[in-house]
Design a protein. Structure first.
Ligand code: AP5
Length: 214
């Protein structure tokens, strides 16, 4: 049975960390809208030029742009056997239109909401570093790379994200509470939501996620 998974959680709650692991474990694609936008910015595409200032400010990119990207990505063959959406849907409009993209005959969505309090988020994001090349995620205290500032996986430089400053994180948290929490309620009403405690070691959170999928 195909696993069609959505990760919902505030910025820095561990969506990317856990989604990468889960995707490897179940051999399904990890579809991160944040990563897709960052790639577009790095490639200097029209989408990237439009998205860069919005992302840097911590606001959300428009629903129409995001729906276009996700529609195209889910149409690729590798998503037919299951997928993990990380960072999408983030608004009620995105959630409602996702149903139409996926279609009626699809396996039901399993929506995982990672619960992490705002105080913990600030510390996680302040010390996050990501690989500019392969996207691996580190934390300078909890999960540091073996060699300072070099990615363990590909050897490229690891850097802080441009939107990981205090002002942007504050706006991203606001956007989460105002625009994305209603999405969790949308799925709760449909009995698709599984709430997972996101506080604790990465391995322990991963075990909770696996259990919640049973
Ligand atoms: P996106 O890239 O999705 O950012 P985000 O939601 O703010 O989430 P983050 O990537 O910051 O955090 P995460 O939950 O993945 O945490 P991570 O695993 O890295 O989106 C960026 C921007 O793109 C948005 O602001 C918006 O502008 C735009 N965008 C994207 N999708 C959109 C959409 N659908 N609609 C509109 N706009 C959209 O972990 C964080 C840190 O904590 C790391 O250092 C990690 O090592 C550490 N950590 C992880 N787990 C643990 C643990 N259990 N204990 C301690 N530390 C941990």
């Amino acid at each position: 049975m195909a696993l069609n998974i959505i990760f919902i959680g505030p910025p820095g709650s561990g969506k990317g960390t856990q989604a990468k692991r889960l995707a490897a474990q179940h051999a399904i694609p990890h579809i991160s809208t944040g990563d897709m936008l960052r790639e577009a910015v790095a490639d200097g595409t029209e989408l990237g030029r439009q998205a860069a200032p919005i992302m840097a400010s911590g606001a959300l990119v428009s629903d129409d742009l995001m729906l276009g990207i996700v529609n195209d990505r889910l149409a690729k063959a590798d998503a037919a056997g299951g997928f993990i959406l990380d960072g999408f849907p983030r608004t009620l409009v995105q959630a409602e239109r996702l149903d139409a993209i996926i279609g009626n005959g699809a396996e039901p969505l399993r929506v995982l909401q990672l619960l992490v309090p705002d105080e913990a988020i600030v510390r996680r994001i302040a010390l996050r570093r990501t690989c500019a090349q392969c996207g691996a995620i580190y934390h300078l205290e909890n999960n540091p790379p073996a060699n300072d500032s070099v990615c363990d996986r590909c050897g490229a430089e690891i850097v802080a994200r441009p939107d990981d400053n205090e002002e942007s994180v504050r706006r991203r948290l606001e956007a989460f509470h105002r625009q994305t929490l209603p999405v969790a309620t949308f799925y709760k009403v449909k009995s698709a939501l599984r709430e997972v405690d996101g506080v604790g070691p990465v391995d322990v959170v991963f075990e909770r996620i696996e259990k919640s999928l049973l």
